[in-house]
Design a protein around this ligand. Structure first.
Ligand code: CP
Length: 341
């Protein structure tokens, strides 16, 4: 392999060695935007997961950077708090050599009365290639996608969808279980207010999993079975035979606090501790999108225990977001991407 140079330091390194199989270089997503999992098909989901799988290796290199998206401009618009999603989009863009700027509601002219749409139109006048948007209102990303020619990525819109979370969850399940088809995946907790639950249900059903949801009646949406899931109002029967368990945070900011008497009572009835975990298969994995509320939906013993893959989810989030940026940045077969033999 010829010696390559790091793009910024010009020091010897591996910066130009992004290797994707030929079929992945030619493939693309059908839309300029990633707004929901509901509107992706299984082949698009698998394309993102396969591309992310190849991108993981870049983060393990001594020089964690490739020039693939050099010259591309990405704006992170985060109008709700975030640690994982915002940071991983920023790091993903930088690892691919794109330029990325992040703004939040509190540091933007929204506090002076500018509307969300006017803010977006002004940002688009600076010619970004991609906009990454988190917003408390369901449909905010769709609205931007309709008025902007830049690609729009939904980083979470209210209780609607969080597509990159579902994709990183699917990649984590695939890594640990080999495939997703026919696995019993239990999603439990505040289903009613959770965009993660909605995106995961769509994603895992499209990939052939048997999806089970468990929640107290006040946290369970009406007619959830119509999505194709099995629903329980207790956690114990749902956990029997589970391969994968996804714990959800109570969305206090979206009305979750009105739905139960106390945090202690919630943990007693619906928290995942060691006793309840023992009802699942011995090799079941435990997932959580974060942020965790220890002692509310999950005990520290389980969150930090041997079956927990919570930090693997975070690492996979980086690879998935690199893949999504790559696939949506419109670079086509990239000059800096080599073809696998
Ligand atoms: N899972 C998730 O979306 O975490 P953040 O809110 O920290 O981005």
């Amino acid at each position: 392999m010829p010696e390559t140079k790091d793009v910024e330091t010009n020091m010897p390194g591996e910066a130009a060695d992004l290797i994707l199989p030929t079929h992945q270089q030619a493939a693309s997503l059908k839309s300029k935007d990633l707004l929901s999992i509901e509107h992706l098909d299984a082949s698009e989901i698998n394309l993102i997961l396969d591309t992310a799988h190849h991108f993981k290796e870049i983060s393990e290199r001594p020089i964690k950077k490739v020039p693939t998206l050099r010259g591309k401009s990405i704006i992170n618009l985060f109008f709700e708090p975030s640690t994982r999603t915002r940071m991983s989009f920023e790091i993903a863009a930088k690892r691919l050599s794109a330029d990325i700027q992040s703004i939040s509601a509190s540091t933007s002219s929204l506090v002076k009365g500018e509307t969300f749409i006017d803010t977006a139109r002004n940002i688009e006048a600076m010619y970004p290639d991609l906009l990454v948007v988190r917003h408390a209102f369901p449909g905010a990303a769709h609205m931007l996608a309709e008025i902007c020619s830049a690609g729009v990525i939904n980083a979470g819109d209210g209780a609607h969808e969080h597509p990159t979370q579902a994709l990183l969850d699917a990649l984590t399940i695939r890594d640990h279980k080999g495939n997703i088809e026919n696995l019993r995946v239990v999603i439990f907790g505040d289903i009613a207010h959770s965009r993660v639950a909605r995106s995961n249900i769509h994603c895992l059903l499209k990939l052939g999993a048997n999806v089970v949801v468990a929640a107290p009646p006040t946290f369970m949406p009406c007619n959830i079975e119509e999505l194709g899931v099995e629903a329980f109002d207790r956690l114990e029967p749902a956990l029997e035979g589970a391969d994968v368990i996804v714990a959800l945070r109570i969305q206090l900011e979206r009305g979750g606090k009105l739905s139960f008497p106390s945090l202690r009572e919630y943990f007693n009835l619906f928290g995942l501790g060691r006793d309840r975990l023992a009802l699942a298969k011995n090799d079941a994995i435990v997932m959580h999108p974060g942020p965790i509320n220890r002692g509310v939906e999950i005990s520290s013993e389980v969150a930090d225990g041997p079956q927990s893959v919570i930090l693997d989810q975070v690492s996979n989030g980086l690879a998935v977001r690199m893949a999504v940026l790559y696939l949506l940045a419109g670079i086509g077969p990239a000059k800096n991407v080599k073809t696998a033999a």
